[in-house]
Ligand binder design. Structure first.
Ligand code: ADP
Length: 336
């Protein structure tokens, strides 16, 4: 257990939808927790159960079994009055922005404050501050229809922040945006996380989103929790098939033979500098084909990866694998 406060604790969460006698289980025995102040990613392919999962976080969906605790309180045990109060501390942004089209930008941002009964003058003051945070002060009198997608999402973020939430849930919030605007919105979310220490939960099907700003990630596959951990760690050595598929969406390598075996080596910034390929040749006399090599920065940690084609004979292949293992490198086979 970490000593950070736990915002969400999911324990053996299962969800079965019951429609006209037909059952469909969308979540199966999912357990993980989300800590205060972190950016936590929930990633999975379409249909994996992500939306169902996020709806259990604000109890828009009741779990079939297991529990979702929010700051230690089981959401299932709250009265509807308590639940309303708790929900006000969970802001949400969506792929479709969900702005009120007939209202100006500033009125949209004021909306949660109006619901909470904050007096008009104070409302305006808070809303202006929020628009300043998202860099849209000059647009307060515009209507959403006249804004770009990125600007609309900024308004939605300002509105989410206005209620001073404890957690911000982002459901595919950048999926409708192009890569450049996605980058800007993620940058803004990271800034808000840093400056306001706001816990952010990001639901996405895109690994690049997780890679860019999340600290930890849960991978959901067919209703199961496939993996959970630090983003850098999951990237460095994805253990499950689902995680490997997300880190490597398809096999982009071009081996020289059909039955080639490919090895992926992941290393941190330090060992990346070691000339281990040259050393491999020097110590074993065996050669490998480098099919791809790159380095990235994930959550501030530099890491790199290389995909190698192993030599032909099985004995030589095992010798190369043994060499990398001796070196303590994180290796995994790439599925071809
Ligand atoms: P994701 O957000 O990862 O795409 P969802 O949580 O939306 O996944 O859906 C997971 C699975 O549950 C899908 O197969 C979907 O068809 C099913 N599902 C979602 N909502 C319902 C519902 N209300 N009734 C029956 N099945 C549902």
């Amino acid at each position: 257990m970490s000593d950070a406060t736990t915002v969400y604790e999911l324990t053996n969460v299962s969800k079965t939808y019951r429609n006209e006698g037909k059952d469909f289980t969308a979540l199966r025995d999912v357990s993980f927790s989300i800590r205060e102040g972190e950016i936590f990613g929930i990633i999975g392919m379409s249909g994996a159960g992500k939306s169902t999962l996020v709806r259990t976080l604000n109890r828009l969906t009741d779990v079939t079994s297991g529990s979702v605790r929010y700051f230690g309180r089981d959401l299932a045990e709250l009265s509807s009055r308590e639940l309303r109060k708790v929900r006000r501390s969970m802001a949400m942004i969506f792929q479709g922005f969900n702005l009120l089209q007939q209202r100006t930008v500033i009125k949209n941002v004021e909306q949660p404050l109006r619901i909470a009964g904050v007096p008009r003058g104070e409302r305006r003051e808070i809303a202006r501050k929020m628009l300043e945070i998202v860099g849209l002060s000059e647009k307060e009198k515009e209507y959403p229809a006249r804004l770009s997608g990125g600007q609309r999402q900024r308004v939605a973020i300002a509105r989410a922040l206005a209620a001073d939430p404890k957690v911000l849930l982002c459901d595919e919030a950048t999926s409708a945006l192009d890569p450049k605007i996605t980058g800007e919105i993620l940058e803004l979310l990271a800034k808000i996380n840093r400056e306001r220490k706001l816990t952010i939960v990001i639901i996405t099907h895109e690994m690049s989103v997780v890679e860019r700003i999340c600290h930890r990630v849960a991978i959901i596959d067919d209703g199961y929790l496939a993996e959970v951990g630090d983003v850098a760690e999951v990237f460095r050595s994805p253990k499950t098939r689902a995680a490997k598929k997300l880190v490597f969406p398809s096999n982009p390598y071009d081996p020289s033979e059909k039955d080639s075996r490919l090895l992926r080596i992941a290393f941190d910034g330090l060992s990346a500098k070691e000339p281990f390929i040259a050393d491999l040749v020097a110590t074993t006399g065996l050669k490998v084909n480098i099919l791809s090599a790159n380095t990235k920065s994930v959550g501030g940690v530099g890491y790199g990866q290389m995909v190698l084609e192993l030599p032909k004979g099985e004995a030589d292949r095992e010798a190369v694998i043994a060499y990398f293992k001796r070196k303590g490198l994180a290796i995994s086979e790439v599925e071809t």
